[in-house]
Design a binder for this molecule. Structure first.
Ligand code: PHE
Length: 475
């Protein structure tokens, strides 16, 4: 759907759920969730994440879609409209709209970089015999011996020419879809590809259950071990929740704009929430036990953004028809990533179009230029710029490279701030009672009191703690 063109509704209820789920389900579920759960203790991360999704995530998702449906404006316009009659402090809440609009501009460049990695792996699995990635095949990189699949990944990201080419290919795919208008694309593609992705992931999960020693891996992923809990578990789970549900970046507000008043917002939100969380959960089931089986718990705890690229080829190396299913897997992930990238780029183009009064074409060109510049710097962060650690002034983030730093600033700093503004907007500017009536629209709402409790007492204090901890003030 072209944002900024004539406001059309989704063609049917499924259209909304699929479009919102298409934006929500992406690399966040398949690339980010598994590596964070592996790194932050498996079961305890999963438990923290589920609790947060059912309280926070739910409250914010419903709030954002509700704001869009109520004001019929994107984030900046919605905040501006609602704050228009307030002077003083409440009037200044309008900057929340800008923060929400800024976040996807920071995320999309590195999202496209990861999309490029996925594209590379489609080619890698299609063109190489998977046996080369078997967990027992070793290779040496800079004098260090490591599994061949890890060496392959390392060589790829440190070769800037190759990384840059795949980054550009993914960017071009995204740009073409946005330039041509995507309503049909989003709805049609998702109808076929999402179920295919789910079925394939399920199949891989079942396969992993039969790996020798799989029990230890499933235990690590599913049984919470309280001794592994720390503030960072909550900070990471919260950042993941924002990222995965596409919250605090104006995306869901924009989707709300296209929802008709007679549509059942509450049940739509439930479906998006369940679908997105379900896919993350399954992606974890597919990867984490395998990591533990192949490399032990230490390997899981040392996991980083390369996890799926190192582990999944190892899984496919022993999988029946591994080359075929491996290629298919990365193709489906590529589509999931592309639909998310498209929705992010659409939102950015819309913001630039509206706020700078530029034509759609020119806005698209500006957004692409921004992605090109920041994305290239991110790619180079693994090679030419590998000595750059933008957050080295905070002790615990000294080792963060450029991609980690962009990810951290957007997910753990700006998104909590954006979400605080959204909460203040609803509670203090619109009024919680009025907003609740608006959401219900005469229907029954079982989680109404949970929602109100979250908005009034839970969301802001928790976000503040997360924020202070994230920036290193609270230890
Ligand atoms: N939620 C998407 C994912 O999980 C990422 C995304 C963020 C998509 C912002 C759109 C907007 O991959």
């Amino acid at each position: 759907m072209k944002l900024g063109s004539r406001r059309e509704g989704f063609s049917n209820k499924l259209g909304f759920v699929l479009a919102a789920a298409g934006s929500a389900v992406g690399l966040g579920n398949i690339w980010r969730f598994p590596y964070l759960s592996a790194k932050y203790g498996g079961g305890i991360f999963l438990l923290t994440y589920l609790i947060l999704v059912l309280s926070f995530g739910y409250a914010l998702l419903i709030s954002e879609i509700g704001i869009g449906r109520m004001t019929r404006r994107g984030p900046i316009g919605a905040f501006r409209k609602l704050c228009a009659h307030h002077k003083s402090f409440l009037g200044s809440v309008r900057i929340g709209g800008w923060i929400n609009a800024l976040v996807p501009m920071i995320i999309i460049p590195y999202y496209v970089v990861i999309g490029g990695w996925v594209t590379r792996y489609v080619v890698a699995l299609a063109c190489n015999p998977v046996s080369g990635f078997h967990k027992d095949v070793l290779a040496t990189v800079e004098g260090k011996s490591m599994p061949a699949s890890a060496a392959y990944f390392q060589n790829f990201i440190t070769s800037w020419q190759e990384s840059l080419i795949y980054f550009l290919i993914f960017l071009i795919i995204t740009a073409i879809v946005v330039a041509c208008g995507v309503k049909k694309g989003i709805e049609q593609f998702n109808k076929v590809l999402m179920p295919m992705l789910v079925i394939l992931i399920l199949g891989i999960c079942i396969y992993c259950m039969f790996l020798p020693n799989a029990g230890a891996g499933f235990k690590y992923y599913l049984m919470p071990d309280i001794s592994k809990f720390s503030y960072m578990t909550v900070v990471a789970a919260m950042g993941q929740l924002f990222f995965s549900l596409s919250l605090a970046m104006g995306i869901m507000v924009t989707y709300g704009v296209y929802m008709r008043r007679e549509d059942d917002l509450i049940s739509n939100v439930n479906q998006v929430e369940v679908f997105d969380t379900g896919i993350s959960f399954l992606a974890g089931m597919m990867i984490i036990p395998a990591v533990v089986v192949f490399g032990g718990e230490k390997a899981a705890e040392n996991a980083g953004p390369g996890l799926i690229f190192v582990t999944m080829p190892q899984v496919f190396a022993s999988f029946p028809a591994g080359r075929f299913f491996g290629t298919l897997f990365f193709i489906l992930v590529l589509f999931a990533a592309a639909t998310s990238a498209v929705s992010m780029l659409e939102t950015n183009v819309h913001t630039v179009c509206q706020e700078l009064g530029l034509s759609r074409k020119l806005s698209l060109a500006y957004c692409l230029l921004e992605i090109l510049i920041i994305g290239t710097i991110t790619v180079l962060g693994y090679s030419v710029l590998s000595h750059v650690h933008p957050l080295s002034f905070i002790e615990k983030y000294q080792s963060f490279d450029i991609l980690d730093s962009l990810d951290f600033i957007s997910n753990s700093v700006l998104m909590p701030i954006g979400a605080i503004f959204t909460t203040v907007l609803i509670v203090a500017v619109i009024g919680l009672e009025r907003f609740t009536r608006e959401i219900k629209n005469g229907k029954k709402w079982y989680r109404q009191y949970l929602y109100q409790l979250c908005m009034c007492v839970i969301v802001i204090p928790c976000l503040l703690v997360v924020l202070l901890n994230a920036v290193g003030i609270l230890k």
